[in-house]
Design a binder for this molecule. Structure first.
Ligand code: AMP
Length: 138
């Protein structure tokens, strides 16, 4: 079944559209955390970021700063977060890749972040990094 974002792309569901090209669409989030909260969505429907084609990923990468810049200019916001969730465990509700652009305002509205850093364990980090490098080299 088509995702809700594919249905928006097809024009079956209305949206407040901000941007569209052959590979990407951007529109306002229907439940915004702050004014200007937008979603930038590849037309290719995959659930996870790592499943996207290089072509879609490049188009997304080009659209993100364009859309973010326009939102800042229009809203007057000077700060924003970009959020991209993958998997239900990571709070992804819609299984179609999307980037949130969320303006942060002086009144505190925008994305709230609970960040619990820990001290890195260098030996295990080095082992993990070596494995990822090996994987990326194929
Ligand atoms: P996520 O938790 O990253 O999957 O976020 C999904 C986002 O999609 C939420 O912020 C929703 O408010 C938003 N959303 C769901 N349906 C629509 C829709 N029809 N139009 C605009 N935004 C939507």
């Amino acid at each position: 079944m088509a995702s809700i974002f594919t249905r928006i792309i097809r024009g079956e569901i209305p949206c407040h559209k901000l941007f569209e090209d052959d590979l990407v669409i951007a529109f306002l989030d229907v439940n915004p955390l702050s004014p200007g909260h937008a979603l930038v969505v590849p037309k290719q429907e995959t659930a996870y970021l790592h499943q996207l084609s290089a072509e879609s990923a490049m188009a997304l990468g080009a659209a993100l700063p364009l859309v973010a810049g326009a939102i800042l200019k229009i809203t007057g916001a000077t700060a924003y977060n970009v959020l991209q969730n993958n998997g239900a465990l990571a709070h992804q509700e819609v299984p179609h890749v999307h980037f949130h652009i969320i303006p942060k305002y002086a009144d505190g509205s925008g994305l709230g972040i609970m960040w619990k850093p820990s001290a890195i364990d260098h030996p295990s980090a080095a082992a993990l990094a070596a494995l990822v490098v090996h994987e990326l080299r194929g």
